[in-house]
Write a protein that binds this ligand. Structure first.
Ligand code: HEM
Length: 190
């Protein structure tokens, strides 16, 4: 039996990431599969980002969080959720970040810098960093993670690659998203 330092899981991000990836079974081969998918998934990222924002625009419970000023955005901001259209510059700004996130998932090495980035993506959705008005409830984070996971599966299924490669890619991305999920959920544990 492996001895796990449970206090360290809470205090040391690298230790936690290593533990969760090993537990889930996200291994070197999976990372190679994810990086190998960059060429085919890269061009599909803008379409996936549009689909995500169409989904977020569908519900008052998600769209309202895009009304307050977003960290790093300096343009004009909308007064109300009704005034905030999907082609507003603040949404274009947000889409750019999500695009970069998805591109990084398939290109970046999974080193300390990347782990810190994945963790920051989780944390930015809570009031503890960025705009304190932007405090996304966990139900919305989970719902969108489910939507993104399904969108990635559907994208992979639609690729013109051998069936075996599709299965490998689906498993690799599924494991990766569960690791990201941990780096979201940990910021909600009170
Ligand atoms: C699948 C789950 C999600 C992922 C992967 C994701 C990804 C991201 C990324 C990459 C950023 C930019 C972080 C940065 O570079 O600083 C961000 C910020 C943001 N996300 Fe998400 N997001 C998710 C869920 C949600 C949901 C469900 C909402 C709204 C209901 C939301 C609203 C926001 C807002 C408002 C910001 C800006 C925060 C600020 O400016 O302080 N996100 N997200």
């Amino acid at each position: 039996m492996k001895q796990i330092d449970e206090a360290k899981l809470q205090s040391d991000l690298g230790y936690r990431f290593a533990y969760v990836t090993e537990f889930i079974g996200l291994n070197e081969k999976d990372i190679q599969v994810i990086h190998g998918a960059a060429e085919v998934i890269g061009p599909l990222v803008p379409g996936m980002v549009d689909a995500v924002y169409d989904k977020l625009h569908t519900y008052s419970s998600t769209w309202r969080f895009f009304v307050p000023r977003q960290a790093g955005y300096e343009g004009e901001i909308p007064a109300t959720a009704e005034e905030l259209t999907p082609d507003h510059p603040q949404i274009a700004f947000r889409k750019q970040h999500l695009r970069r996130y998805l591109e990084r998932l398939v290109t970046a090495p999974y080193d300390d810098k990347m782990v810190a980035y994945l963790d920051r993506v989780g944390q930015i959705h809570t009031a503890s960093v960025g705009n304190p008005q932007i405090d996304i409830p966990l139900v919305e984070m989970n719902a969108l993670m489910g939507f993104v996971a399904d969108a990635i599966n559907a994208t992979i299924i639609g690729l013109d690659i051998p069936t075996e490669a599709k299965f490998d890619a689906i498993r690799a991305f599924n494991k990766l998203l569960w690791v990201q999920n941990d780096l979201i959920a940990r910021h909600y544990a009170r």
